[in-house]
Design a protein around this ligand. Sequence first.
Ligand code: G3I
Length: 560
Amino acid sequence: MRRKALAVVICGLLGVLGTAVVAEPAHASAPLRTHAAERGKLIGTAVATSQLSNEAQYRDTAAREFNAVTAENAMKWDATEPSRGQFSFGGADQVMAFAQANNQVVHGHTLVWHSQTPGWVQSLDATQLRAATQTHINTVVGRYAGRIAAWDVVNEVFEENGTLRNSFWLQRLGSGYIAEAFRLARAADPTAKLYINDYNVEGQNAKSNAMYTLVRDLRAQGVPIDGVGLQSHLAIQFGFPSDLQQNIQRFANLGVDVKITELDVRMQLPSDATKLATQATYYRNVVDACLAVARCVGVTIWGFTDRYSWVPDTFPGQGAALPYNENYNQKPAYTAVHDALDDGGGPVDTTPPSTPGTPVASNATLSSITLNWPPSTDNVGVAGYDVHRALGSGAFAVVGTPASNTFTDTGLAAGTIYRYFVRARDAALNRSADSATITATTQPGGPPPPPPGNCRVVHTVSNWGGSNGFTASLAVTNTGTAPITNWTLAFAYTAGQRLTPPGWSATWTQNGSIVIATPLDWNRTINPGATINIGFNGTHTGANPTPTTHSINGGNCTTM
Ligand code: G3I
């Protein structure tokens, strides 16, 4: 007999979003997330921002049943950077806020994909595409660093026969774009698990074999791949991939996590009781397969109600793919997922992690503070930490959920005292006692001390054929160990070149021969190892030598 979990989940941000207290219902009819947490697994759903905004029943169901969410569209390139350098995070922030208010883990989807990537990206040449990818990954992943558990770094990179997809990425950059994307994502958020994600790879076939080989080889080369996403868009008319569990296990044996990232099971409409029963067995089999492999971290369903599903738009005449019908009634598929998660009978983990050690603040800048703390231990394993922050004597709010014992809190006010404590949590969402509370202060206003030598500038000049115009692209990397904040980049022109305002991704000015760039809000801080891409158009007469000396905040950078 399984013990009844007594957990009362306190969600929401105290003093910021208000406090929500959700008492758990009777255990047998408890929501999916209660059972999943007891099994140490995630049960997730994709969420759509317009439904989150407009429908209480949608919000309530997503919050009640799932302990993980993926933005169905809001974190894709066309949503986050529709024009070059113009980032738009409304939808992505909305999903983050929903997840935080409901104590849900966020799976980021997706960074490099051939689809839903704006036309401006697809029309870039190789150099520009590389630079734009760097900016995109730095900016998007950096924005949510410490708060997104995992990212689909590359999505759908294979053809069905196992060759690399002949996408504009491959055509422009060659196969190296995959490793490069993972390295950029790791630099932008060292705590997020980095996934490769694809469809039709649930069973062992040419495509999943190619995925297996690629993951194995890239890991052998030191490329930071932590996870494999099996999308699992299944259809009852095509049969169940009976070797799913073996397939999950062989990826796990490579030392990576595995996640079912986009589960749905469609059918020819109209649905009937027989089809719905078959569908339920598919759902059950997928959850059972994940439960059977320790490194399968969970199952995310691609939406939850048939009211909103991508299926009928893409496969006319098919649908009914999700566990709730269009009126939010639970279907046999819901019961199947619920029972799979509930009937394991295994031991329930009720032991919380040990209390984390006292946090130590370091690297305070004008707007950020880095915390490190001695890690907790746990009988099963520490899944992550919740970092709580208060301003002055105010209430504490969770500001980060890193997977390991370090976190950089950003967006802070200069010269301000903050208080912090951390809690550890395990996969069953048992939480430790609070660490000691510490105070830390951001640097007072005024220019930060110069970091001489802690920067590298790759300055690329492309002259426009047949005219006196040119484009200058600068990739600026922080090669030091401390963030560079409120930077001023300067270099000199020696041949009378003139900047044509406004340039992009920085505020550009020219005074005589000296060109100055200062940051925009979104790239005010360059974290150690991170690169920002800035540039402008200009004019020249005759020779157009590339500047060989650049400085940031008075310190000279390496120039390449
Ligand atoms: O929001 C606009 C709306 O304003 C407009 O009127 C309407 C007209 O077509 O389009 C709406 O945008 C649609 C968007 O979904 C939101 O509904 C896009 O056209 C449509 O292309 C987009 O489809 C998404 C699809 O990815 C794009 O490829 C689906 O919602 C989404 O479920 C689907 O998800 C993918 C995963 O990202 C990757 N794996 C496969 C999976 C299913 O295709």
